[in-house]
Design a protein around this ligand. Structure first.
Ligand code: ACM
Length: 548
């Protein structure tokens, strides 16, 4: 299917071809401490029954009871606190039946005698909180969520949600009681980037399906949704300057279905929905290969000027934009410019994988032209690992470039050198993190070219030791791609994502020293009833001790 190849010798070409690009700084990974033991249970859950496992958990005291009189207090004047409070009230509303009043507070809830209710406070002065960290304290009649940013508060809200009984996920009123275990959580992520990729090219997913998927990802503090928006089988994003991409190129998908595309308004709706939940959209236009839908739409993008027929199979590596023609770069520039204007996030993903009918020289020539086009949009380039050796990197005066590691085995030649030049990598090794791989040989969905990936297999790896020469300091984070050759709708995608996706989220967030399958699988089992109540499809793998 996807036959991995390595491309030798690109590192040397990189220096020659790509010079003089400016550089933002890379994010430094955070570290954390271990979680402590469980408090006595009853109707109340445990403070450490959370995925991803928080960096530090100290149970103490009695549970806090939420009731219809609970007040949500938000830091006066803080949009971040107001946004997180809105998310909290929306999440708790249906099952509790409470319409929790939101009132301003001046922050007095942080002292020795915290105000009753749930307080959301922003503390921009505490460096320990970082970009995404938070503190949650539950004692007496008060739950205090404190963070330096909106993202941190949103993560605190998701933790609070998991601390409440699973019934909180129901869409109609449940009896409660709504108990939050007492104690203190201090939490921040190991890696800045925790992603999930959805291939909407092989099978199109509707706006509603993507938004629902985002909700499931945000629950585990996944903060990037990478959308694979173009491939041989379909072009999925409206580009106003090249309208035939969607008029012609969107009308197919694997198996001959009708396909589909997002208007720019649709895309903006996905971006806004994701952002409200702390998730940044990373759009991918795959090139120069994986481009049959574009080549079918515009004959001039083909070296022979002849448009190929649409493609609805699942082979890879047969298509390429015409590297030598200037119109190719006008096309790429226009697409990247429109996409960047629609995308508030930092990253544009340019694909670059499996360009099997493009020579090494052509590939280098192409990337040499495309990377400055990304830079011109003000965004940071991300691409599959094949392109990384070509990126000059900050140490050579270039911009930061991010590679996405996917090919099982040793790194691409030139990749370690590229990372030494200041570039960074997202770890998605296909033998652990590709969640479209079958769980078992007879599993009805998915592919198996990278092997079978059970729940433990997807959990049992460390991004900082997976590949020789690629250590913690150059890893930006992790991402779990889901390719949809065999997955026709969101139900299929969810069945592959759950229960494996939370394990990828935990790898990306929790301190490595807490990584432990035996205790993780117990926590994972607690998520089953939550997915059932939320209508999320999942595979009841025998590896997980689900409760009846
Ligand atoms: C890939 O799986 N071709 C990135």
């Amino acid at each position: 299917m996807r036959a991995p190849t390595t491309r030798a010798g690109r590192g040397a070409l990189a220096a020659l071809l790509l010079a003089g690009l400016a550089a933002p700084a890379a994010a430094a990974p955070a570290t954390g401490a271990t979680a402590s033991s469980r408090p006595p249970s009853g109707a109340v859950g445990s403070l450490s029954d959370v995925i991803p496992l928080p960096a530090s958990v100290e149970p103490s005291g009695r549970p806090v009871v939420l009731g219809p009189g609970t007040v949500v207090r938000v830091q006066s004047g803080s949009d971040a606190a107001a946004a997180a409070a809105e998310e909290l009230v929306e999440l708790l509303g249906p099952a509790t039946g409470y319409r929790l009043p939101v009132v301003p507070t001046d922050g007095a809830g942080t002292g020795a005698r915290p105000l009753a209710g749930i307080s959301l406070l922003v503390d921009e002065e505490d460096p320990a909180l970082g970009d995404e960290g938070y503190v949650l304290e539950a004692s007496g009649r008060s739950v205090v969520l404190r963070a330096g940013t909106r993202e941190g508060l949103l993560h605190a809200v998701q933790t609070l949600r998991q601390l409440l009984p699973a019934a909180v996920e129901a869409d109609e009123v449940q009896p409660g009681p709504w108990l939050v275990p007492g104690g203190r959580i201090e939490d921040s992520p190991r890696f800045a980037y925790r992603g999930a990729m959805l291939d909407v090219a092989r099978h199109f997913m509707t706006v509603e399906e993507v938004k629902t998927y985002v909700d499931s990802l945000a629950a585990y503090k996944i903060n990037h949704l990478h959308l694979h928006l173009s491939d041989d089988q379909g072009w999925r994003i409206e580009i106003k300057s090249w309208p035939r991409l969607t008029e012609l190129g969107s009308t197919t998908e694997v198996g001959g279905g009708p396909g589909g595309f997002y208007t720019q308004e649709d895309y903006a709706e996905i971006v806004a929905h994701a952002s409200a939940r702390g998730v940044v959209v990373v759009p991918e236009i795959d090139m120069p290969g994986h481009t049959n839908a574009a080549l079918h739409s515009y004959p001039e993008l083909n070296c022979d000027g002849v448009a190929p027929p649409p493609y609805t199979g699942i082979e890879v590596g047969f298509s390429t934009l015409c590297v030598e023609e200037e119109v190719t770069y006008e096309f790429v520039g226009d697409v990247l410019r429109e996409l960047a204007a629609l995308t508030p996030g930092q990253y544009l993903h340019v694909g670059g994988d499996e360009a099997h009918v493009t020579t090494e020289e052509q590939y280098a020539q192409f990337m040499c032209r495309v990377l400055p086009l990304v830079e011109a949009t003000g965004k940071t380039a991300v691409g599959w690992q094949e392109y990384l050796p070509l990126a000059p990197g900050p140490a050579e005066g270039g911009p930061l470039a991010v590679g996405q590691y996917w090919i099982p085995g040793t790194p691409e030649e030139g990749m370690v050198e590229s990372l030494a030049r200041g570039n960074r990598v997202i770890m998605s090794p296909a033998d652990h993190a590709y969640l479209d791989m079958k769980y078992t040989a007879d599993f009805p969905l998915g592919l198996a070219w990278a092997g079978l990936t059970g729940v433990e297999d997807s959990f049992a790896w460390d991004p900082a030791t997976y590949a020789p020469g690629i250590g913690e300091d150059v890893v930006l984070g992790v991402e779990a791609p889901i390719w949809t050759e065999t997955l026709e709708d969101l139900d299929d995608v969810e069945t592959m994502a759950f229960p494996r996706m939370p394990g990828i989220a935990e790898i990306g967030w929790s301190p490595q020293e807490t990584h432990d399958w035996a205790t993780y699988r117990e926590r994972l089992a607690l998520q089953g009833p939550r997915w059932e109540l939320r209508g999320v499809d999942y595979f009841r793998s025998p590896e997980v001790p689900w409760q009846e």
